[in-house]
Design a protein around this ligand. Structure first.
Ligand SMILES: NC(=O)c1ccc[n+]([C@@H]2O[C@H](COP(=O)([O-])OP(=O)(O)OC[C@H]3O[C@@H](n4cnc5c(N)ncnc54)[C@H](OP(=O)(O)O)[C@@H]3O)[C@@H](O)[C@H]2O)c1
Length: 267
């Protein structure tokens, strides 16, 4: 039986991709859910589908995490509905592909707000009651981009490096209170992510991980009380190999992989 049966799990970015896969998996495990994202229609459809299939309670909170007030509003909403969050999954996030100087600054600052600031704020808000209860867990969705600079996804990789480092620190700090914190690092995964990021490189979805596989890896690593897990054998191999190569070389290889086809540099 899943440890989350009858517990309350809050998933950010539950409307698509990895977040939706977390919601589906946790509902099938018997967890009650709090689903948040901007796409209310998709959250409502998901909630209706899951409530029809499983005997779980599902709450939907429409929220734009690019707004600095949103984490506090989500927290106050769960308090008002009398929900103790046992598992927080900080999954919402997005990337943008292109030269840093060409990408709109406002979009990149929004990325920092969603990928970093909202994640820190939600962690701070929900950790306090978890620590009081001496129970609970947080999964922070980081990335294989956390492990090196990634030219042409420069701000995105920096946000994910933050998430990794932040989560590793919290993992140790929270251990003594019986609260688990895990950085889950997926590599390329077949979701909306690539389209939202505006990549010009077409990846074969068959060669990417499925979001369900990422979720499986994350939930298993949580039971093992690990601080960091990389999803997928080839992603783990890549990150391991990087440790034996000079960092400057790793960054140059990443530049070759991520350079958009449309830049003058390709010509
Ligand atoms: N797919 C990959 O290749 C990959 C690899 C490594 C890491 N990741 C990470 O995995 C996480 C999930 O991404 P995904 O692959 O599932 O991508 P996705 O299919 O694009 O889903 C992203 C989710 O984040 C939500 N989101 C985006 N901006 C938001 C905002 N301003 N406020 C609230 N929610 C927002 C979206 O919901 P709404 O649009 O409805 O708001 C959506 O539910 C992200 O943190 C991403 O960085 C993905």
């Amino acid at each position: 039986m899943s440890e989350w049966k009858g517990k309350n799990a809050l998933v950010t970015g539950a409307s698509y991709g990895i977040g939706e896969a977390f919601a589906r998996r946790l509902a099938s495990d018997g967890a009650n859910l709090i689903l948040t994202a901007r796409s209310l229609d998709r959250l409502d459809a998901l909630a209706n589908d899951l409530s029809a299939r499983y005997s779980v309670n599902i709450n939907v909170i429409e929220s734009d995490l690019a707004l600095p007030t949103s984490p506090d509003e989500i927290f106050r909403e769960t308090e008002a509905r009398g929900i103790d969050v046992d598992l927080l999954i900080n999954n919402a996030g997005f990337g943008a592909v292109g030269d840093f100087v060409d990408l709109p600054l406002v979009r990149q600052l929004e990325m920092i707000q969603v990928n970093v600031n909202a994640l820190v704020a939600l962690s701070h808000l929900y950790l306090q009651p978890m620590i009081e209860r001496r129970a609970g867990a947080i999964i922070q969705v980081a990335s294989t981009a956390s492990f090196q600079g990634v030219p042409y996804m420069t701000v995105y990789a920096a946000t994910k490096a933050f998430v990794l480092c932040f989560s590793e620190g919290l993992w140790i700090e929270c251990k003594e209170y019986g609260v688990r914190v895990l950085a889950l690092c997926p590599g390329p995964t077949a979701t909306q992510f690539q389209a939202v990021a505006g990549t010009s490189r077409r990846r074969n979805p068959q060669k990417m991980q499925r979001p369900e596989e990422v979720v499986e890896v994350g939930l298993k690593a949580l039971t093992e009380e690990r601080g960091v897990v990389i999803s997928g054998f080839s992603n783990r191999a890549m990150v391991t190999a990087e440790r034996f190569i000079p960092r400057s070389m790793v960054t140059q290889i990443a530049a070759k992989v991520f350079r958009p086809f449309s830049t003058g540099a390709d010509a």
